[in-house]
Design a protein around this ligand. Structure first.
Ligand code: 6GU
Length: 235
């Protein structure tokens, strides 16, 4: 998969995504990650990318033209362009699965107070990673690219690793334990030591169900209809 990020701060994305599993996915060619900086598409001496908002107010707004030119540089036919904004639809595992099927994703990372509203129609999709405010779209791009990359076939070594995990089946995962069997007086649950695979599967399902209804009862409810990634990305 190819991913490009339109960002004033490529290091905020490149750094975190050079480590661990995503870093390996990049060096093995599962993920090709590129960057394009709107500042490189300015023409004034100060390479201005932001300006004061019309109508007044605090903060600065990212100007449309440098973003437009940067996007034009990387967008191809069939690219899925995603604007990262706290006003977007909430990113979740189902959205990650849909995005993992695309050939080319382009993320537009807003900074300052946001982007000129006139660039928003250039995006197929607007995504938020949660109800809190970040300084910019870059940490959100890292989260989305991470969640998508691990779903690319071959990135995770165990093929079933993305099926039985949290959210894969709409449940939080059962707790995990590793050696020693007793740690500072705390024992590993008996079922996990039994060697009986049916018993273990049963225990894990019960734990997952109990945990989900206690901590995330919203997940157990039938899925609400919402803006689907696959549908929105067709435009
Ligand atoms: Cl995508 N961007 C910003 N700036 N803040 C956010 C966000 C995105 N998602 C949650 N908060």
């Amino acid at each position: 998969m190819r991913v490009d990020a339109v960002t004033l701060f490529p290091g905020m994305i490149d750094g975190p995504l050079s480590e661990s599993i995503v870093g390996r996915a990049r060096s093995e060619g599962f993920l090709e990650l590129g960057f394009v900086n709107p500042r490189d598409f300015t023409e004034d001496r100060h390479r201005t990318v932001d300006d004061k908002p019309y109508g007044g107010g605090t903060g600065m707004v990212m100007m449309a033209e440098p973003l437009y030119r940067a996007l034009k540089k990387v967008r191809k036919r069939g690219s899925c362009v995603i604007l990262l904004t706290p006003k977007g639809s909430k990113f979740d595992q189902a959205a990650a699965v849909e995005l993992s099927k695309k050939k080319h994703l382009v993320f537009i990372c807003g900074h300052y107070e946001g982007v000129d509203e006139r660039v928003t129609p250039l995006a197929d999709l607007q995504l938020s990673i949660g109800d809190y405010v970040l300084t910019g779209g870059e940490p959100a791009a890292v989260a989305v690219i991470d969640a998508v990359t691990r779903l690319i076939p071959g990135v995770l070594r165990k093929s079933d690793a993305t099926v039985n995990e949290t959210f894969g089946d709409g449940l939080l995962e059962a707790p995990h334990y590793t050696r020693p069997a007793v740690w500072r007086g705390k024992k590993v649950p008996e079922a996990l030591l039994s060697g009986n695979h049916r018993l273990i599967a049963q225990w894990r399902l019960e734990q997952a169900q109990a945990l989900t209804s206690a901590e995330r009862p919203d997940l157990a409810k039938p899925a609400k209809k919402k803006a689907g990634v696959a549908k929105a990305a067709k435009h």
